[in-house]
Design a protein around this ligand. Sequence first.
Ligand SMILES: [Zn+2]
Length: 89
Amino acid sequence: MLTRTYTKTYTLMHAWAETVVHTKNTIGVSKAVREDAPCCAPECDELLVAGEVAYSPVELERTHANPGRGEPWVCWRHIRPDDGPLRVS
Ligand SMILES: [Zn+2]
């Protein structure tokens, strides 16, 4: 039996949309995803980071995972865990 002590396993998903996470101070993008928004994946404690790409996975239903708040954005760990975050400068 494989015991994982140090490595947290994240739920792997498939993105159908992606967006760039904005800082809290960004003006003119009212529907944008903001930094420090919680990742919507179950059992993931990560917060979204400004400048990184966030993903909307086919596995999560919009209303169920993120009621009233648009797409259920998740962090890169569920989409490209081996490659690390995509950063947009
Ligand atoms: Zn996550």
